[in-house]
Design a protein around this ligand. Structure first.
Ligand code: SF4
Length: 204
């Protein structure tokens, strides 16, 4: 794979840590390389996407819909979202944070991303920019709570205290988006998990 030659030792170690947790990990130098690879990797499948600015920026929906049946509630809002997501064979999401020790952290409002990723389809892809990498679980949780969630609340135009100062206040707002936190410590037993890390700043 083009780009792997330029991977530094710390990225190599990070990928190995994920692999040792049962998570297949790949590195890409650019989003374009990842997009070309995903078109080859996923064909003729029922695919669903979780909400993700990263996936939007990468154009994965447009790339995959050519050879797959793809459902994304951001593109086709429907009351049957739960049923449509459950039908999929492959699920795509990003993460709010990754620890270099090999764990994935996500905070969810509705819980669809975390439940699908933990016990949904046959295969789950996490697609993340290097900006999601943190040294360890503690800093990854901190990133999810105090970087990703406030920025997502801001993107959604919510009336939550984090939008004003960019840090989490563990609010009681009716518009709170932090209801479920999932930390993937190892590959969940019933799902094949692949993590792609791209050497670009993507999403929040
Ligand atoms: S719990 Fe509330 S304040 Fe904290 S990040 Fe989530 S929405 Fe913002």
């Amino acid at each position: 794979m083009k780009g792997v030659e330029s991977m530094d030792a710390s990225m190599e170690k990070t990928l190995k840590n994920f692999e040792s947790h049962g998570i297949k990990a790949r590195y890409f130098e650019t989003g374009e390389q990842a997009r070309q690879a995903i078109v080859q990797a996923v064909q003729g499948k029922k695919v669903a996407f979780g909400g993700s600015v990263t996936l939007q920026q990468l154009g994965f929906y447009e790339a995959l819909e050519q050879n797959n049946s793809v459902f994304w509630h951001w593109v086709t809002p429907t009351e049957k979202r739960r049923e449509r997501e459950k039908e999929c064979e492959v699920f795509f999401t990003s993460a709010n944070a990754l620890s270099r020790t090999g764990e994935i952290v996500n905070i969810d409002g509705t819980g669809n991303r975390v439940t699908m990723a933990a016990y949904g389809p046959e295969k789950v892809y996490y697609i993340c920019g290097v900006n999601k990498l943190c040294p360890d679980i503690t800093s990854a949780i901190d990133r999810a709570r105090n970087v990703a969630a406030p920025q997502n609340a801001k993107r959604l135009g919510l009336d939550t205290p984090c939008v004003k100062d960019g840090v989490c206040h563990n609010c009681q707002s009716p518009q709170r988006i932090c209801n479920v936190m999932d930390i993937t410590l190892r590959r969940p037993g019933a799902v094949e998990v692949e993590l792609w890390i791209i050497q670009e700043e993507l999403g929040y």
